[in-house]
Design a protein around this ligand. Structure first.
Ligand SMILES: Cc1cc2nc3c(=O)[nH]c(=O)nc-3n(C[C@H](O)[C@H](O)[C@H](O)COP(=O)(O)OP(=O)(O)OC[C@H]3O[C@@H](n4cnc5c(N)ncnc54)[C@H](O)[C@@H]3O)c2cc1C
Length: 383
């Protein structure tokens, strides 16, 4: 049996593992990074063309330090990569007067000095006619919000890591992770052992299947449908913002535009409805017809400039923590096991900052951002 040694082994090359590997490579660490699947597979959470980045964060001002750092690093990545990775579209966060989306986004924007404007429904429709102008809606406009070109950006991080000398191995599964007194031994599917000072577990919806992560009872992978719609071309094809829209019934839609060949489509999904427990190794079930009807009805009511029938749909995974916040920490009994997970369906935008923190934890350094809000200790007693 072969044994390989390195400072840090990264398990999982979704966006969090890729970002951690990039950060390790920039620090000159001797790292190895593996993924059970191929570089652009669709079984986890990070595939697809785009993700939303916003700082007027309705989820809370405690995310601002990570958001600010991630914003800086996305821009640095784009600059060093050379090709566009960000679509600077601006963002609108919409709802009725009673909507938590508008008010909570405003609170964080004010706390963090994030440039923004508050619009009524007429102003929203003047700027973005796809939304219509229901009299009782309002919107927070964040000019600095953007879309991250998801697969391109993740691959750009991996390119940079390889350029700095970190080997990547795809089709390579970690089947056993054993922390000991002198580091961690990770058994690969091939029977090879990797002995390292620290391991970063960034296995997305597979985290509950890694007993050494100690999060099996805490995390719940959820299968989530996402849909593509055709906007009315008479309303123009440029300048569609990233958005959240809290429906009058209380569900939150997210959306952004993507190119499909020469055609611009809108990718839209419910953030918080239609999510069902799922197994990333199980077969992919069809999106139930009643889910398609539900979103069709919402698009019909809220978006007069968008054809309500979806032209395509697919599922993806959210890995949910009990409170919808992240876990970025070290395992309580094994400080050489770093856990990066539970991004609860809103983690992509944070990846470069979270990766930088995970790299610091793996190297025994203090992370640049305070992670107190993101340790699993807050679920003490659950596993
Ligand atoms: C439809 C959808 C829309 C989203 N929209 C947004 C958005 O707009 N903005 C935003 O910020 N976030 C968004 N998110 C959330 C974001 O995409 C996720 O938080 C993020 O991609 C999670 O990445 P990950 O690296 O944790 O997991 P994954 O991407 O699933 O990566 C985990 C990797 O680990 C590998 N792996 C697992 N087990 C092992 C093992 N034992 N050995 C080796 N490798 C292993 C897997 O093969 C996989 O490649 C969205 C998510 C979905 C599903």
């Amino acid at each position: 049996m072969t044994t390989t040694g390195c400072d840090v082994l990264v398990v999982g090359l979704g966006v969090f593992g890729a970002a951690t590997t990039w950060a390790l490579s920039q620090r000159g660490a001797t790292a190895l990074a593996i993924d059970a699947h191929g570089p652009t597979h669709r079984h986890g959470s990070s595939h697809g063309d785009s993700r939303i980045f916003r700082r007027a964060y309705r989820e809370g001002a405690h995310y601002l330090p990570l958001l600010n750092r991630a914003d800086q690093l996305w821009n640095e990545l784009e600059q060093s990569h050379g090709d566009p990775l960000l679509v600077r579209s601006g963002g609108v966060f919409v709802g009725t007067a009673a909507s938590g989306v508008v008010e909570a986004s405003r609170r964080t924007a004010e706390a963090g000095g994030v440039p923004h404007e508050l619009w009524n429904g007429t102003e929203l429709a003047e700027h973005y006619p796809w939304f219509g102008s229901a009299p009782d809606i309002s919107a927070l406009y964040e000019p600095g919000a953007y879309a991250v070109l998801a697969t391109r950006a993740r691959l750009a991080m991996l390119d940079a890591a390889v350029h700095h000398g970190v080997p990547l191995r795809f089709g390579t599964e970690a089947v056993d992770v054993r922390p000991g007194r002198n580091g961690v031994t990770v058994r690969l599917g091939s029977g090879e052992d990797v002995v390292c000072d620290a391991v970063v577990l960034a296995a997305g919806p597979w985290m509950p299947k890694l007993p050494s992560a100690g999060l099996t009872e805490v995390l719940q992978p959820m299968r989530v449908p996402v849909y593509w719609f055709r906007p009315d071309p008479r309303l123009g094809t440029n300048g569609f913002p990233v958005f959240l829209y809290e429906t009058p019934e209380g569900g939150v839609l997210y959306g952004l535009s993507e190119w499909s060949g020469d055609e611009r489509l809108l990718k839209i999904g419910f953030h918080d409805l239609q999510n069902r427990p799922g197994d990333p190794d199980g077969t992919t079930p069809e999106v139930p017809p009643e889910f398609r009807k539900e979103i069709e009805a919402a698009i019909d009511r809220l978006f007069p400039g968008v054809r309500p029938e979806p032209v395509a749909w697919r599922t993806c995974f959210y890995t949910m923590s009990p409170d919808g916040d992240f876990i970025v920490d070290t395992a309580p009994e094994a400080p050489s096991v770093v856990r990066v997970s539970a991004c609860s369906g809103h983690g992509f935008k944070f990846a470069p900052a979270v990766g930088e923190c995970a790299a610091a934890l793996a190297l025994g350094e203090t992370p640049a951002v305070d992670l107190t809000s993101f340790t699993a200790a807050r679920f003490a007693g659950r596993g």
